[in-house]
Design a protein around this ligand. Sequence first.
Ligand code: HGY
Ligand code: MN
Ligand code: MN
Length: 420
Amino acid sequence: MKAGPAIREERLHDRLARFARIGATARGGVNRQALTEGDREARALLAELGRTRGFAPRQDAAANLFLRREGRDPSLPPLMLGSHLDTQPTGGRFDGALGVLAALEVLEALEDAGVETPRAVELACWTNEEGSRFAPGAMGSQAFAAGALAPEWLEARSPDGARLADELDGTLRALPGVPIARLGTPLAAYLELHIEQGPVLERENIPVGVVTGIQGTVWLEVVIEGRAAHAGTTPLAFRRDPMVAAGAILHTLHEGIMPGDDDARFTVGRIDAYPGSVNAIPERVTFSVDLRHPDAETLGELERRVRAVCRREAERAGCALTLRPLVHMPPVAFPAAMVELVEAGARRAGLASRRLVSGAFHDALYLASRAPAAMIFCPCRDGVSHNEAEDVEPRFVAAGATALLEAATGFLRSSAPAAA
Ligand code: HGY
Ligand code: MN
Ligand code: MN
């Protein structure tokens, strides 16, 4: 393999700016939710950029999009680099897009340098990592790892009423010239660059985060059903008010979970009252629970506690309770060899690094069940993400992409088949 592939910072910055314009919001963020027109536009641009460089695009039934740069032996499973292009409703310009465009930058750097790699290198753009329009998150990578889309996902409805199966179909048809491969093609290893979405690296001014694993995540949908009634005429004794139960649940869990455990994360990001009229006691209150912990057993214990508090407070308010599990992601640790590969790559590039566990889930969590995987983090300003103000200093964008390139070429060298 000839030496010399290098990241072209300008090209990467231009790409990030170009993709940030797709779904750009007035406050400088991005709203490019999974399987929307904006998502389709970004995917089409990515396919076009790949085609221009001879990286063959393909997609699969979960609308994951791949670009493939051939290597010497096409029969060898490829090295895969990826992330996601879908965003939160008030997302930032880097969450996901940085990993996809840095992966493209690695493919282009290899191409620019005329490097023949022993095996193909593929870029993967995973569908619906965020899970905010359609649960669960990391849907595309889950389907890829399992080799199938869970049938119950297909009937899922987004808050705007769209049906997942229809949105998937429309997204696939939006790339008519891109063949649809089976779900779960082979891979030798997976690497993902992502912003840290937390404060650690920036606080320590360290450009490269070597991610050792991802904490566990549980999402629940909590539905509390009481009886709609008149706000003015219904005395307390006659009320079966789901909002009373919801208020008690949120108070008890906010007070009881995070203050007692620095590693625990409890978030209610969405709450809805039906019919949502000022002067009617609601018939139904629905809210989301996002629960996280690095320790699987503790996460299980926290979930049991959430369920028990929901049952107790619903009963107290004379309401019915339905708890729907939406996501269950056990914590994952990346293989030591892959973690060391990333660390060695940062060292070769002269970049300071430190190890850390990811508080956010990522597609790498599912790829780790199919092949040796690892992640690279770069610092983001004030550790803020899932916020339109999300920002990354240009020097950290360049450092992250360089670390990805070094880890990729390090893997390609270490896994090159012995010369025949
Ligand atoms: O929610 C998560 O952890 C991911 O950022 N979507
Ligand atoms: Mn992300
Ligand atoms: Mn995200």
